[in-house]
Design a protein around this ligand. Structure first.
Ligand SMILES: C[S@@+](CC[C@H](N)C(=O)[O-])C[C@H]1O[C@@H](n2cnc3c(N)ncnc32)[C@H](O)[C@@H]1O
Length: 240
């Protein structure tokens, strides 16, 4: 079992705070190539969609929707009476999502919001979202303000499906410098990269938590349910 303190000390320089400016710049460079660079994620994407347990009429939020690869499937799952809210701060990435929706004819019940999740504010009413997809959004999971923004709009009982990259554990941890190198274009911090779900799962009121490794341990899928606690109680948590 990996000793987390020795592990993190070896990667101290990479536990820098999340930087939206840097993330936007990185994804602006990647936007037109993103889909071609990420075909191997599709089985994990399908698994994350299934984990959301979407029902007809649900409101689902795709947090950091990127080029919109999940949007058509989410729109179909919630049906015409449902609502998909896609939040994405990087203009060239959301432009790809917009084109994809128009080309696919899937835009009827999809709302695109060009914003970081921390700043959606009144565009999404409090307690209005049934389910959240966080697909390869490591930076979002490491932002206290982002997690609070999600919980503000979550209905009691809201489901979370998370999927993304993580460090190897055990003997394969020797490869983690390569993991960092490989994943550097896609996130601005490697804080909690051994357990990206850690801060969300530690929030009082986040229950039913579970995770499993995927792709030999270099990726994960995780889920949780929001049982509703005063958001004030989540402030200041810094979970080891
Ligand atoms: C690796 S991409 C994943 C895109 C998409 N979820 C997918 O499955 O293909 C991460 C996305 O998160 C977005 N992102 C980064 N910080 C964010 C924030 N604070 N709020 C919302 N989205 C953010 C990035 O702009 C980028 O498009």
């Amino acid at each position: 079992m990996m000793n987390r303190s020795s592990f993190t000390s070896a990667h101290t320089t990479l536990t820098t705070p999340v930087s939206l400016a840097r993330s936007n710049a990185q994804y602006a460079q990647l936007a037109t190539q993103y889909d071609a660079l990420t075909p191997r994620l599709e089985p994990l994407r399908l698994e994350a969609h299934a984990l959301l347990g979407l029902r007809s009429g649900d409101t689902v939020m795709d947090v950091g929707c990127g080029t919109g690869k999940s949007l058509a499937a989410l729109a179909r799952a919630v049906g015409v009476g449902g609502h998909v809210i896609a939040v994405e701060p990087c203009a060239p990435m959301i432009a790809q999502a917009r084109s994809r929706l128009i080309d696919g004819g899937d835009s009827a019940n999809v709302q695109l919001i060009e914003s970081q999740i921390e700043a959606v504010g009144a565009q999404v009413p409090a307690r209005s979202v049934d389910a959240f997809l966080l697909m390869f959004t490591h930076d979002v999971l490491q932002s206290r303000a982002a997690l609070d923004a999600l919980l503000r709009v979550a209905k009691p009982g809201a489901r979370f499906a998370l999927a993304g990259g993580k460090y190897f554990r055990g003997p394969l941890a020797l490869l983690n410098p390569w993991v960092q190198w490989r994943q550097r274009p896609y996130c601005t911090t490697f804080a909690n990269y051994d357990a990206p779900w850690r801060d969300l799962f530690a929030i009082p009121g986040v229950t039913g938590t579970h995770w499993q490794p995927r792709y030999a341990g270099i990726a994960y899928i995780a889920g949780a349910v929001w049982r509703d606690e005063p958001i004030a109680e989540t402030k200041g948590l810094n979970v080891a």
